[in-house]
Design a protein around this ligand. Structure first.
Ligand code: TXA
Ligand code: MG
Length: 322
């Protein structure tokens, strides 16, 4: 039985699991979260594995100290500080430009990261004891409701987490409100436990809709999904061209006889968890190498392989259809 009553002893044990790269489900005031060390890419990959999400979604980093935020993000706008001093700890998540320390798998390749400070003593003690920000989505399996009790979590994910901390019922009961700060404007990404009107009292009008990063200051329809600017295709022999600078991202060791300008291996041992943890990082790194083309090998569609392939289909689609 991995469901335990929260007390200083079990929270300490939970923090050790987090520090060793394991998964802990924990209560927050909104819903229960499925937590891992937010600075450890492999630990974060385990979250996607456990949730059985068919794709990667960026995750929220949970912190226990307002000042710690500055290690994770960069912004210069006192209205953001006003929101933090007024509403943290609480059900408000802020999406801000990330610093390098935040792993790419946490943000699913996006240049921004979502952060919040939960208003729950057990969550705060766990984050403090773990001495790291905790990445956590709601602790449900894909397609199910967000859990508001430890029993719900056990039902959905009991065999997938190392420990479930029982802290009673989440008293807000709905997820946090998510606001993105982008080039001087605030955008509502998700309604949640804190009313939009309350936030607008502090900072004025909040815009709705997704942000088109190519058109500063205008909400557009572009999804927030990351895809590299260099053309990206699944590996296919007919795309090999010795006049082009081509990068190859192979799943395991490359056996293709061609002189690639750059090569990376997602996992030498064929471990999908390791592959997932490297995926966005490698795409970013190759994007900076001024290649004409990036080729990537498909992976087997089992476990995390499904999420990897879903992400890659979206990222290659853009280049196949231009
Ligand atoms: O109340 C909550 O927010 C709960 C508790 C556990 O904190 N967490 C939660 O996480 O609901 P999750 O992963 O189920 O939902 C987070 C949402 C996702 O829809 C994700 O797409 C969005 O936040 N998100 C995270 N990072 C983002 C980013 N950098 N840009 C845009 N959206 C982001
Ligand atoms: Mg969720």
């Amino acid at each position: 039985m991995n469901l335990v009553e929260s007390n200083s002893e079990t929270i300490k044990k939970a923090s050790e699991i987090i520090r060793h790269g394991g998964l802990v489900a924990f209560p927050t005031e909104t819903v229960y979260g499925l937590g891992a060390d937010g600075l450890n890419s492999i630990a974060v990959a385990k979250i996607f594995e456990a949730k059985k999400r068919p794709s990667f979604n960026p995750l929220i980093l949970h912190i226990a100290d307002k000042n710690y935020l500055h290690n994770l993000v960069e912004y210069k706008d006192t209205r953001v500080d006003n929101l933090i001093s007024k509403f943290w700890p609480g059900p408000l998540t802020l999406v801000l430009p990330k610093k390098d320390i935040v792993p790419d798998i946490v943000t699913a390749g996006n240049p921004t990261v979502a952060v919040r400070m939960p208003n729950h003593p057990i969550a705060l003690e766990l984050i403090n004891e773990s001495r790291t920000p905790i990445a956590a989505p709601s602790a449900n399996k894909f397609g199910h409701l967000s859990p508001t009790t430890a029993k719900h979590v056990q039902k959905y994910l009991g065999d997938k987490v190392d420990l479930i901390l029982d802290g009673g019922k989440s008293f807000v009961g709905v997820e946090s409100t998510i606001i993105q700060y982008h080039e001087g404007g605030f955008y509502l990404l998700r309604h949640g436990g804190l009313a939009k009107e309350e936030i607008e009292k502090e900072i004025g009008e909040i815009k709705s809709g997704k942000i088109d990063v190519n058109k500063p200051n205008s909400p557009g329809q572009l999804p927030f999904h990351y895809s590299p600017n260099t053309p990206l295709h699944f590996y296919n022999e007919s795309l090999l061209d010795s006049n082009k600078k081509i990068g190859l991202i192979s799943f395991q060791k490359n056996k293709i006889d061609f002189s690639f300008s750059s090569q990376k291996v997602l996992s030498q041992t064929g471990d999908l968890r390791e592959a997932a943890s490297n995926l966005f990082l490698f795409l970013h790194e190759m994007e900076k190498e001024n290649l004409d083309l990036i080729l990537i090998e498909p992976v087997e569609e089992k476990g995390l392989g499904r999420a990897i392939m879903d992400r890659l289909r979206k990222a290659t689609y853009r280049h196949t259809n231009q």
